[in-house]
Design a protein around this ligand. Structure first.
Ligand code: ACO
Length: 327
């Protein structure tokens, strides 16, 4: 059975930077509050000409170049996103068009901030069962378009960006060793953008009441659940691979809050040097956060052949999951 190996990574973020000091002028908040509670100093915000498909393209082009793969050789093209460029069709189809990845089957993955891990599991399954040889997986988000800029509880947390990987089948050798996925739909109301779908179709009322925007019911509760669920997903991944935490060279967690990541690293006894943390610059970019962090780490030389990586995510749904990858 073939393994799936990551052969290229890429990332892309809008050039416009929104700092905590900028937010101080818009809301009743402070740079200190945001830094201390979240670890975020600034985030990127897309311009009027940008959307999730254009950010995805920027990341995908880099990943394909690193992999040395022509878009026409991509069999499956997936975009993990909660902020599609248009409601219909999939953002992956828009990306297929711009990349001219004519042979690919293109679809989106909607699994909140865990979308990239879910996409990795789907890609790995399709490669292992022989349905695909080359997969392009992108996490792309424009959360700035669906945050309520008057709600200080949420708008300070999120940012825009994209990250991509190219996966390819190979016999044996390094690659994706495991993926574990979980959901708890019983808690779907914790983090939600309720309006604009078929339950509450777009209307003047939806716009007036801001129901198309992100609402978070209890930041504290989400925080607590995130730490516990990500710890469980990491422990399950380690056990399935007969690994100890000390065997992992790099932990690449979803970047939702530096305090969530620090609490997770403490529980798993991961030293700071083994944890990839870039939330300071980007905030929470949902499904884009792990591939963005992975690409930055790879390009900075922090990821070397033979290293074992543990990826873990948690997000709206609720959804969570983990993956172990040998580089
Ligand atoms: N500036 C100043 N004060 C604020 C701000 C702000 N931006 N936001 C909230 N506050 C206030 C609150 O109103 C509250 O005031 P009160 O006590 O007078 O009511 C006070 O700060 C404390 O609020 P807490 O909720 O106790 O603060 P906490 O330490 O839990 O931090 C935070 C809040 C940052 C939201 C944290 O709970 C968190 O990160 N939770 C995880 C949420 C998350 O990441 N969601 C994203 C999606 S899911 C995912 O990706 C994991």
């Amino acid at each position: 059975m073939p393994m799936s190996r990551v052969i290229g990574t890429g990332s892309f973020a809008p050039t416009r930077v929104l700092t905590n000091h900028d937010l101080e002028k818009m809301l009743d908040t402070t740079d200190e509050w945001i830094r201390v509670r979240t670890g975020i100093a600034e985030r990127r915000i897309c311009g009027p000409e940008e959307d999730s498909a254009t950010l995805a393209e920027g990341a995908a082009v880099q990943a394909l170049a690193m992999a040395g793969v022509d878009p026409v050789d991509v069999d499956i093209l997936m975009v993990a996103t909660v902020t599609p460029a248009v409601p219909l069709p999939a953002t992956a189809c828009l990306l297929q068009d711009t990349l001219k990845a004519r042979r690919a089957a293109a679809f989106d993955i909607g699994a909140g901030c865990s979308g990239f891990i879910y996409g990795l599991a789907v890609a790995d399954g399709l490669i292992r069962n022989g349905s695909a040889r080359t997969v392009l997986l992108v996490g792309a988000e424009t959360l700035s378009r669906i945050v309520n800029w008057k709600d200080r509880n949420t708008c300070v947390l999120f940012g825009d960006g994209a990250g991509a990987v190219v996966l390819q089948a190979q016999e044996g050798g390094p690659g994706i060793r495991s993926t574990h996925l979980y959901s708890d739909g019983g808690e779907w109301t914790l983090l939600v953008a309720p309006g604009g779908g078929s339950r509450f179709p777009p209307s003047e009322r939806i716009l007036r009441e801001g129901l198309h925007l992100i609402q978070m019911r209890s930041g504290n509760e989400v925080f607590r659940l995130a730490v516990r669920a990500m710890e469980d997903a990491c422990m399950t991944a380690l056990k399935a691979n007969k690994l100890e935490a000390s065997d992992i060279d790099l932990l690449i967690p979803h970047q939702a809050n530096a305090r969530i990541i620090n609490a997770l690293a403490d529980r798993l006894a991961f030293p700071e040097a083994k944890v990839v943390l870039n939330i300071e610059k980007y905030g929470n970019t949902s499904a884009a956060s792990i591939p963005l962090a992975l690409d930055e780490a790879a390009r900075a030389g922090r990821v070397q052949p033979g290293m074992t990586l543990l990826l873990v995510a948690f997000g709206a749904g609720l959804t969570w999951g983990s993956a172990v990858v040998t580089w």
